[in-house]
Ligand binder design. Structure first.
Ligand code: UDP
Length: 312
C-alpha cells in the first residue's frame, strides 16, 4: 500500500491517523519530539511490525531511511495554551519544520498532506468560513505565532507544489475532539470534562456566546484519508458544521457527566474568535465526505476515555 511518515505521530491526531493508516494496510513511521505528544498515545502500536517510532524534532533536518510514499505533517503545538507557552517552537515547526518535510518529500518522491487549521481564518468576518475566505488574523497578537506559522506553511506547501512539482494536499482542520486528547491541554473539551468529572467549577471564558463547531476524531481522520488519496492540491476544510456556543457546550458536558459543577466566567483570551463554523461544500463535492458522529455519541465515547485515564 505504501509507507507513510506521520510527523506529530504521538499527538492526539497523529496517533489516530497512525491507527487509520495501519488499518488501511500502510506501514507507518511516527515521528515526534514529544513536547506536547506522548508515547502513551502509540504504546498499543509498539509491537507492530508495520510500525516504528522515531523521537525527533522536525524543525531540524529530517533523516528517514528507506522509501516514503506519503508524509502527513501534523507536528505542532496546537492548543492555545500550548502555543502561547511555546511560541518560538510553534513558529519554527510551522516554518522550518514544514520546509524540512517538503524537502524530504521532494527527495523521496512522496506526497505531503499539511495539517493546516481554521485559525488561518483568524477572528472571521465571513461566517461560515469557505476556503476562499482569506481570513482576519492579527499577526502580532499572541495567537499570531500559530496562525501565521500555518499560513506560512500553506504558502510554502503551494510553492513546493508549483515550483518543484511535489504532490501536496492541505487540510484546514476545525475543532476536533475525542479519546486521547491531553487532559491538561487547556482546550474547551478537556477542561470542561475534567472539571465536570471532579465536580469543580467549569471555566467558561467570556460570556460563553462565542461559537465553535466540534468534529469527532474518527470523522476527521476519514476526511483526511480521503483528501490524501484525492488529487486536490487546494485547501479543503474538514470539520463538523454543527455550531454551538461555548456556554451551551459547557452545560452539555456538565449534563452528560451528571456533575454538580457550576459555570464560572473567566476573562476571554486575547483575539479569541467570536464565531467558527466550517463551510464543507468542497469536502462534500470533492471527497464525498461529511461527518457522521453526533455530538452526544462522540462525547459519550470521549467521556469513557477520560474516566478511564482519570480513574473515575
Ligand atoms: N474556552 C473556555 N474555557 C476553557 C477553555 C476554552 O471557555 O477552559 C473557550 C475558548 O475561549 C474558546 C473556546 O472555548 O472560545 C474553544 O477554545 P479551545 O481552546 O478549545 O480552542 P480554539 O477553538 O479557541 O482554538
Amino acid at each position: 500500500m505504501g509507507r507513510v511518515l506521520i510527523t506529530g505521530g504521538a499527538g492526539f491526531l497523529g496517533s489516530h491517523l497512525s491507527d487509520l493508516m495501519l488499518e488501511r494496510g500502510h506501514q507507518v513511521v511516527g515521528m515526534d519530539n514529544l513536547v506536547t505528544g506522548s508515547t502513551e498515545n502509540v504504546a498499543h502500536l509498539a509491537d507492530r511490525e508495520e510500525y516504528a517510532f522515531v523521537k525527533h524534532d522536525v524543525s531540524t533536518y529530517i533523516d528517514v531511511e528507506g522509501p516514503l510514499d506519503y508524509i502527513l505533517h501534523f507536528a505542532s503545538p496546537a492548543s492555545p495554551i500550548d502555543y502561547l507557552q511555546l511560541p518560538i517552537q510553534t513558529l519554527k515547526v510551522g516554518s522550518l519544520g514544514t520546509h524540512n518535510v517538503l524537502g524530504l518529500a521532494k527527495a523521496k518522491g512522496a506526497r505531503v498532506l499539511l495539517a493546516s487549521t481554521s485559525e488561518v481564518y483568524g477572528d472571521p468576518l465571513v461566517h461560515p468560513q469557505p476556503e476562499s475566505y482569506w481570513g482576519n488574523v492579527n499577526p502580532v497578537g499572541p495567537r499570531g505565532v500559530y496562525d501565521e506559522a500555518k499560513r506560512f506553511a500553506e504558502a510554502m506547501t503551494m510553492a513546493y507544489n508549483r515550483y518543484h512539482g511535489v504532490e501536496t494536499r492541505i487540510v484546514r482542520i476545525f475543532n476536533t475532539y475525542g479519546p486521547r486528547m491531553r487532559l491538561d491541554d487547556g482546550r474547551a473539551l478537556p477542561a470542561f470534562m475534567c472539571q465536570a468529572l471532579r465536580n469543580e467549577p467549569v471555566t467558561v471564558f467570556g460570556d460563553g456566546s462565542q461559537t465553535r463547531s466540534f468534529c469527532f476524531v474518527s470523522d476527521l481522520c476519514e476526511g483526511i484519508y480521503r483528501l490524501l488519496m484525492s488529487d486536490e492540491p487546494n485547501p479543503v476544510n474538514i470539520g463538523n458544521p454543527a455550531e454551538i456556543s461555548i456556554g451551551e457546550f459547557a452545560s452539555t458536558v456538565i449534563g452528560l457527566v451528571s456533575s454538580t459543577s457550576e459555570i464560572v466566567n473567566k476573562e476571554l483570551p486575547v483575539d479569541d474568535p467570536k464565531v467558527r463554523q466550517p463551510d464543507i461544500t468542497r469536502a462534500r463535492a470533492i471527497l464525498d465526505w461529511e461527518p457522521r458522529v453526533l455530538l452526544a455519541d462522540g462525547l459519550a465515547t470521549t467521556l469513557d476515555d477520560f474516566r478511564g485515564r482519570l480513574g473515575l
